[in-house]
Design a protein around this ligand. Structure first.
Ligand code: AMP
Length: 540
């Protein structure tokens, strides 16, 4: 009696099928590790992904088995990634910048059976090989190479394996709730935890990420994902690009500012994604190379708070709109994105700029709330002032970590992000810190992010991290660890004076320590834990 719509499972393979069917000749260009460029298109990626899928089929693995990749952003990584998930296995993207013990831990925890890797990582694999007996097959993502074979004799070579395979393959019709990929959190406290994404969660996340108030993508875009594919799927870049039929420019291992400026200018990149530390070096390089990055009309910044000065520089010096987004591994990663709303269009430029500084608001599919964690998770009001623990729900949020028995949610079904934020009535979020990075001075909280943003706005500072240092009277006081820019000299007194009138006097840091470089995590975030270890006692 009742009518009904067609049911088709939401599958990762359908993204590639779509790109191959309707955007077949859209270029996918990758930088090889030797610096040369490789040109293909969505049709080429699709047919080689199918060759790879035929090869994987010959291994007689079981559906749901984990297959790991240890690779840069390049075309072979995209092919294997679609082949693995599309065939019903789980694509575990590994962050090569983790410590060897963490690598061993996650490869064992995931019980990966096959490892695809780029040549660069041979020494890394050799160092941990005897601890990962679960890996049955080591596949180098390249043509045959004598030196790789000598260094890691069990290696087989991707191009040799797939060359005899057919480019025809019918992607299986999987249950959309089954797992498609696995990423581990960066594990700044304790062991990394696995987040297992499903085909369905991935597809819904992809739809939401493409929208005008998210990444605002179209088939006209030429996208440069600087954020690595091992950092929460390059924030979904390979998926959204396939869904929209964007062109992809893949930077390989060359993530320095000069190389990125060259790629953007040569291939007329329109949109790029990365963490603030990447943009910092890109800005210096663009200025040095006299490039105004004319093709780049927007850049997506997330992973850490984007300093307001960076948003301003991108607009005034490069006519590029920064899209500030907040997310995390547990959120696939998209949680909130900053775009003006209709009602903001009548505001002055300065007022609009101020709206655009925050981490933005949730797309459909995500709900966020703030609670007072020290007071029974009592919900806080969205008045833009009250600050509390940020909790999240949605179609692409973790429910339970990989291999763990317990649900990772509060009793009433929310995931606690570990971030501290305020939120206004429209859901615009202002992240003030990770809960563990907040500074508690004499019982009052100070946001390290706010103090970092001020330091970063000083023209003679390139990078700044603010940490809590132990203090005999106030328990904790803020200390700035800063890297001077190459263009100027600055003293501790000058930087501390720069804080005057920008924040309350008691929040001004006690000390500045200048260093040559700030240690970064595997995903390019400032390693505050390490800084606290090194400088946490500097005021005692
Ligand atoms: P990860 O899972 O490694 O991507 O790290 C997620 C964490 O990065 C979040 O919980 C935040 O603490 C931080 N983060 C991500 N995006 C932002 C942002 N735009 N502003 C401030 N912190 C951010």
């Amino acid at each position: 009696m009742y009518g009904q719509m067609m049911y088709q499972p939401l599958l990762v393979s359908s993204l590639l099928e779509h790109a191959a069917n309707y955007h077949a000749d859209t270029p996918i260009i990758s930088k090889n590790t030797d610096g040369s460029m490789h040109h293909t298109d969505w049709a080429g990626i699709s047919s080689r992904a199918k060759q790879c899928a035929n090869f994987l089929k010959s291994l007689h693995l079981e559906q749901g088995d984990r297959i790991a990749t240890l690779a840069w952003n390049n075309h072979r990584h995209i092919e294997t990634w679609y082949a693995i998930s599309g065939s019903g296995y789980v694509c575990h993207t590994i962050n090569p910048r983790l410590f060897p013990e963490q690598l061993i831990y996650i490869i064992q925890d995931a019980q990966d059976k096959v490892l695809f890797f780029d040549q660069t990582f041979v020494p890394l694999i050799n160092a941990i090989k005897k601890h990962i007996p679960n890996i049955e097959l080591f596949i180098c993502l390249d043509t045959y190479n004598e030196s790789v074979k000598e260094a890691l004799p069990e290696t087989v070579f991707y191009e040799e394996l797939i060359q005899s395979q057919s480019g025809h393959f019918d992607w299986p019709e999987l249950d959309e709730l089954c797992a498609s990929s696995l990423c581990y959190t960066s594990g700044t406290t304790g062991n990394p935890k696995g987040v297992l994404y499903s085909h369905r969660s991935t597809l819904l996340h992809t739809f939401a990420s493409c929208l005008p108030d998210s990444l605002n993508l179209s088939s006209k875009d030429i996208m440069l994902p600087v954020v690595p594919m091992f950092h929460v799927h390059a924030w979904g870049s390979p998926y959204v690009a396939a869904m929209m039929g964007c062109s992809l420019i893949l930077p390989g291992s060359a993530l320095d500012g000069d190389s990125l400026v060259q790629l953007i200018d040569q291939y007329k990149v329109t949109v790029s994604l990365g963490v603030p530390t990447i943009w910092q070096s890109l800005i210096s390089s663009a200025k040095k190379l006299n490039s105004t990055l004319p093709s780049l009309n927007r850049n997506v910044v997330g992973g850490s708070a984007c300093p307001p000065s960076m948003i301003e520089t991108f607009k005034t010096d490069f006519n590029c709109d920064t899209i500030h987004a907040w997310g995390m591994t547990e959120a696939s990663p998209l949680g909130t994105v900053n775009h003006l709303k209709g009602k903001h269009l009548n505001l002055s430029k300065t007022e609009q700029f101020n709206v655009r500084l925050s981490q933005g608001r949730p797309p459909f599919g995500i709900r966020i709330r703030l609670v007072d964690a020290e007071n029974d998770n009592k919900p806080l009001s969205n008045n833009g002032i009250e600050t509390g623990n940020l909790q999240i729900q949605g179609h692409w949020i973790v429910n339970r970590y990989y291999g763990q028995e317990n649900i990772a949610l509060t009793e009433d079904g929310w995931f606690d992000t570990g971030d501290i934020a305020s939120m206004n009535q429209d859901g615009f979020l202002n992240i003030s810190d990770r809960a563990k990075d907040l500074i508690k001075s004499g019982g009052e909280w100070i946001s390290s992010v706010e103090l970092e943003n001020i330091a970063m706005a000083h023209p003679k500072i390139d990078m700044a991290a603010v940490i809590a240092a132990y203090h005999p009277r106030w328990d904790e006081r803020p200390v700035v660890i800063a890297v001077k820019s190459t263009t100027g000299q600055i003293t501790e007194t000058e930087l501390l004076e720069f804080y005057q009138d920008k924040i309350a006097k008691w929040q001004i840091p006690d000390k500045v320590i200048f260093v040559d470089a700030i240690p970064l995590s595997g995903t390019g975030k400032m390693l505050k834990r390490k800084l606290r270890e090194d400088y946490g006692n500097t005021l005692i």
